[in-house]
Design a protein. Structure first.
Length: 122
């Protein structure tokens, strides 16, 4: 079949690339949250941690480069200079890379996960 690719397939390829790159970058405690039906900002949110500000920035850099090189996705990035919390907006997938202390303080998982899933992470 020819024509334009299926949008759902493209979204899943983007999410898969994000998760694979984060794993390859040694990101820790990777959590994927399905936002479909909950928010119009994106279809998926991924939250992960790096052990230091330097690792957080390196994870973000590698992810942005991978998405651009492999999928042609240009991402918007906020917070990379400080390295405490980097937000990467890749369109259908939003990624938050935190230092562990900052992640614990903001607890985004509790805001977006289903109550049972959030309780199991506590």
């Amino acid at each position: 079949m020819t024509g334009t690719p299926d949008p759902e397939h493209l979204r899943e390829a983007l999410l898969s690339r994000v998760l694979e790159t984060l794993d390859d970058s040694k990101a820790e405690d990777i959590v994927q949250i399905d936002l479909r039906g909950k928010s119009a900002i994106a279809d998926h949110m991924v939250i992960c941690s790096g052990r230091s500000a330097r690792q957080v920035a390196a994870i973000a850099d590698r992810l942005v480069d991978s998405l651009k090189q492999d999928l042609g996705v240009l991402s918007r990035v906020e917070g990379k200079e400080a390295g405490d919390w980097v937000l990467i907006d890749a369109g259908d997938v939003i990624v938050h890379v935190f230092r562990p202390e900052v992640r614990e303080f903001y607890q985004l998982e509790k805001m977006w996960l289903e109550p049972a899933a959030a309780a199991s992470r506590a």
